[in-house]
Design a protein around this ligand. Structure first.
Ligand SMILES: Cc1ncc(C[n+]2csc(CCOP(=O)(O)OP(=O)(O)O)c2C)c(N)n1
Ligand SMILES: [Mg+2]
Length: 640
């Protein structure tokens, strides 16, 4: 094809024509990168992207109810597909666009690729201010879409049609980069979307983007092997990167050959089956006593595909060995370098493989391996205990989680994001495969649950998807129940109603604040009652709400009702909401860990003063890891 052949199309038509021909390839397997486009039309995109989607129905358009929700669906879709496929999301200008900002942050924080196409103000400006345009006195080059800059890994505004020739390839580079990926935002002025331009035909040719498995620096890998051999108590912290890189089988081999036990982060849970004898389960603030005890004494922490959030490090209190060192394997240099680690910058699977051959013949001390196995077994007993609680009159959240775990098929996906459920699920959910535990806990965004469940189901229609959601999150965003029914993607939504925030209620008590502002109850004596006070709960009927949106609803009153409902939901074709009230106070405890949430330094409330004293004691355990970094260690080796 000669470079001089052109195709005259609108800018918006060019966007869709380009996107529909983008493919990715990893390990020789090729696939389309975009599964289609979610969108809500308004004057900012209807005549542009809307018209282009209508003209090119092979790039499937999906109608969403809420722009934030559609970005969550795209995010969950790509998480389920290990970042090898995603969606574009189109919005109008103004509120439709800014509704996507929270979705963009969720995607970027979780390192998940989504392409956002918000409409923007007129580039030609003569009719400004248009409906929903934010004006500024000091610049005509500002719009609400500038809000996407900090939450996007790549951001551009297309003020001339030909800018696409440079912007779309950049967008693809970032979306398909294992290290840089996240939300990509191309703001599309509504007039320019409809403008025609003679694009070079070659621009629309099929492109296949190779997803690399970069290998870490050889010298660093050799040093890593030396560090592991020198360690007495090494511990692997498995993060989401293990799963995205499809390194789970290799991780199992690595663990079995070396005997090094594993703790799992929120995104990494499922890296190893729950019943593997060297899986210590969840690590950190919401961790198990098994992982947290081993972490406390570990002299070498091997972080694989983790960004070490404060939940993982228990706000820097998890690792207390005086000379603990970190060895981080990560595609992103930024994450690999954390805690002054010896950085292995590369793909988890490729690099672990290389490291494993260097560890031939190496095993941890038998006593250490035995201790890890014993802790694993003790933890399994604790999970059994929690699953067997039969709390009355209202069931406990732990026993209901057990019922879902045991009542769902082994290949199902469980989706969750915020509230008290993530902490409880992190501890006691038994993950049977790498996709079993789908937790959005980078942003812990209330509202992700149902929208995310839809995305997960679209990515894996052959699996049952269980959305676990609290009443607070449900109230914030339940709209995509409608989309699930429109498109025929069945969800099983398990709705736990505890009349407010169980999570923040318990956090509030731990700060000496008695649950203030965390219950869904009527005001009394001129304010909202906290815990303990007599209160009348609000007459909200969430089961009726779900029914009104078209879901099949099963209301449960007891544990027995609940297990029956789970069986009935599996036999149903339609999106089903299982509604149950559960106890606000009966909680799964913390296990020898901590999360730093500041307590008021001075207060007139005695309980707050007491909480502050406890906080100060824990705060003193927070560590800096400031020693010689692993990278410095490599240079001294070269010199000697
Ligand atoms: C969008 C958003 N707003 C606020 C928060 C802070 N927050 C975390 S959990 C929570 C309460 C969640 O309530 P619910 O869904 O009923 O779950 P429960 O705590 O009762 O288990 C709040 C307000 C958040 N994570 N996300
Ligand atoms: Mg609640």
């Amino acid at each position: 094809m000669s470079n001089s052949t052109t195709r005259t199309v609108t800018m918006a038509q060019a966007v869709i024509a380009f996107l529909k021909n983008q493919y990715v390839e990893r390990d020789g397997a090729e696939q389309l990168f975009f599964a289609g486009c979610f969108g809500i039309f308004g004057h900012g995109n209807i005549g542009g992207i809307g018209q282009a989607l209508q003209q090119m129905p092979e790039f499937r358009y999906y109608q969403a109810r809420n722009e934030q929700a559609m970005v969550h669906s795209a995010t969950a879709y790509t998480k389920t597909r290990n970042r090898l496929q995603t969606f574009a999301c189109t919005s109008s200008i103004g509120p439709g666009a800014t509704n996507m900002v929270t979705g963009a942050a969720t995607a970027t924080i979780n390192r998940l690729p989504v392409l956002l196409l918000p409409g923007d103000m007129f580039a030609r400006r003569n009719v400004a201010p248009v409906l929903q345009q934010l004006e500024s006195e000091h610049s005509q080059d500002i719009s609400v879409n500038d809000c996407f800059k900090p939450v996007s890994r790549y951001w551009d505004r297309i003020t001339r049609p030909e800018q696409l020739l440079l912007s779309l390839p950049e967008a693809m580079r970032v979306l398909t980069s294992p290290a840089e990926t996240g939300a990509v935002t191309l703001a599309l002025p509504q007039d320019v979307q409809a403008e025609a331009y003679a694009y070079p035909e070659v621009f629309f040719a099929r492109r296949v983007w190779h997803i690399p498995r970069n290998r870490a620096d050889r010298q660093a890998i050799e040093q890593a092997a030396t560090w592991i051999r020198a360690s007495q108590r090494p511990l692997i912290v498995a993060g989401g990167g293990v799963i995205y890189s499809e390194a789970t089988d290799l991780l199992r081999r690595f663990v079995e050959q070396t005997g090094i036990p594993v703790g799992e982060t929120m995104a990494g849970k499922g890296s190893l089956r729950y019943d593997h004898s060297l899986n210590l389960g969840a690590i950190g603030a919401t961790g198990t006593f098994a992982a947290n005890r081993v972490a406390r004494e570990a002299d070498l922490v091997i972080g694989i595909g983790t960004r070490y959030s404060d939940f993982t490090t228990a706000s820097k209190t998890a690792f207390q060995h005086p000379s603990v060192r970190f060895l981080n394997l990560n595609v992103a240099e930024f994450d690999a370098a954390k805690h002054q680690a010896l950085p292995l910058i590369g793909d988890a699977r490729a690099t672990l493989e290389e490291l494993l051959t260097l560890l031939n013949g190496y095993q941890v001390e038998p006593g250490y391996r035995a201790q890890a196995k014993q802790l694993h077994a003790a933890w399994e007993n604790e999970v059994e205990r929690i699953y067997a609680i039969r709390h009355t009159p209202l069931p406990s959240q732990g026993e209901l989680i057990g019922a879902v775990n045991e009542g769902s098929s082994a290949d199902a996906i469980m989706v969750c994001a915020a509230g008290s459920l993530p902490g409880d699920l992190h501890k006691v959910w038994r993950a049977r495969h790498a996709k079993n535990y789908h937790m959005e806990y980078g942003y812990s965004c209330m509202g992700y649950e149902i929208a995310g469940g839809l995305g997960a189901k679209m990515a894996a229609p052959e699996r049952e998807v269980y959305v676990m959601v609290g009443d607070g999150s449900y109230l914030m965003m339940n709209s995509e129940i409608v989309t699930s029914i429109q498109e025929g993607y069945k969800l099983i939504i398990v709705l736990f109603d505890n009349s407010g925030f169980k999570s923040i209620g318990s956090l509030s008590r731990s700060l000496g604040q008695a649950g203030f502002g965390t219950r869904y109850v009527y005001p009394s004596n001129g304010g909202l009652p906290g815990d303990g006070a007599e209160a009348q709960i609000l007459p909200v009927d969430l089961a009726a709400n779900a029914r009104s949106l078209g879901a099949h609803v099963i209301t449960c009153r007891s544990y027995a009702d609940f297990t029956n409902a789970l069986a009935a939901a599996r036999a149903t074709e339609r999106t089903t909401v299982i509604y149950i009230r559960n106890d606000r106070y009966e909680s799964i405890p913390g296990y020898e860990s901590w999360w730093d949430v500041p307590v008021a330094e001075v207060s007139t409330m005695p309980q707050v003063q007491a909480a502050r004293m406890e906080w100060e004691a824990m705060r003193a355990r927070e560590r800096y890891f400031l020693g010689q970094s692993g990278r410095n260690d490599l240079t001294s080796k070269a010199e000697s």
